[in-house]
Design a binder for this molecule. Structure first.
Ligand SMILES: Nc1nc2c(ncn2[C@@H]2O[C@H](COP(=O)(O)OP(=O)(O)O)[C@@H](O)[C@H]2O)c(=O)[nH]1
Ligand SMILES: Nc1ncnc2c1ncn2[C@@H]1O[C@H](COP(=O)(O)OP(=O)(O)O)[C@@H](O)[C@H]1O
Length: 223
């Protein structure tokens, strides 16, 4: 589908709900640029930037990075792709971040993946990540062709330090306390669309159909 005007979308959901997986499908189908806050932070950690070194212990412990650091980081990335349609994944995670985003851009739509916590815990302990691209695999769901190796680059996959069971529990708590209020924030603006389920392959056709119709109505409004 060719988008006729710049579209700004956010994808939300607890850690492990499939945001990265669904974002990959959305970008492939609709051609939006995907910006993942977690991928940007991990790239900083990998490159040992000052920010990465400062934030590593916070992330490894399953805590959120401070709002001002995060908002500055994401908004500066967004400025570099100002003229393209984008999909933000992992930001905003607090109401303060959502307000900072609102001050700079009008968000058209927010996709919320509502997946039960029990499903998530199993998934995250078997997640394998290709750090440079953010591509994710799962031993049960979408295993790589060769164990431990990224299909596209042949590079190594890693298990994230924060995917340990006790850290996952902490991340889910912070999701409940700090991120769930963001859902309410977007619901009250009338732009939140929730998709509930336990399997990405069943959720995806609904997300795809919703975005097809959302994007064509935005196109008509722009015309
Ligand atoms: N078993 C199973 N695993 C899934 C499904 N959807 C995604 N995954 C895997 O679950 C893990 C978390 O998904 P991811 O997209 O990284 O979620 P995010 O943390 O919300 O970005 C990854 O290892 C995915 O490959 C699914 O429907 N079933
Ligand atoms: N918007 C954000 N605000 C604060 N911390 C963040 C944000 N995005 C990512 N982080 C930090 O990076 C970690 C990993 O984020 P992410 O890769 O989005 O996790 P997941 O894909 O499992 O939801 C978070 O647990 C948190 O420590």
């Amino acid at each position: 589908m060719v988008l006729q005007r710049v579209v700004r979308a956010v994808i939300m959901g607890p850690p492990g709900s499939g945001k990265g997986t669904v974002s990959g499908r959305i970008t492939k189908t609709f051609g939006l640029s995907h910006l993942s806050s977690g991928d940007i932070l991990r790239a900083n950690i990998n490159a040992k930037t000052e920010l990465g070194l400062l934030m590593k212990s916070c992330i490894d412990q399953g805590q959120l990075v401070p709002d001002d650091v995060m908002s500055r980081l994401i908004l500066s990335h967004l400025r570099t792709i100002d003229q393209s349609s984008w999909l933000l994944d992992g930001f905003p995670r607090t109401v303060t971040q959502a307000e900072a985003l609102d001050d700079a851009y009008t968000v058209d739509t927010v996709i919320n993946l509502n997946v039960p916590f029990e499903t998530i815990k199993q998934r995250l302990t078997s997640r394998w990540t290709h750090l440079p691209s953010g591509r994710v695999y799962n031993i049960d769901f979408n295993p790589p062709k060769r164990p431990g190796i990224d299909d596209e680059t042949g590079e190594a996959l890693v298990q994230r330090d924060d995917d340990k069971p006790e850290t996952v529990t902490r991340r889910l708590k912070s999701y409940e306390n700090q991120t769930e209020p963001v859902l309410e924030y977007y619901r009250s603006k009338g732009i939140l669309e929730t998709f509930t389920g336990t399997e990405t392959n069943k959720i995806w056709p609904h997300v795809e159909a919703f975005l097809q119709s959302k994007f064509s109505s935005l196109r008509q409004k722009a015309a």
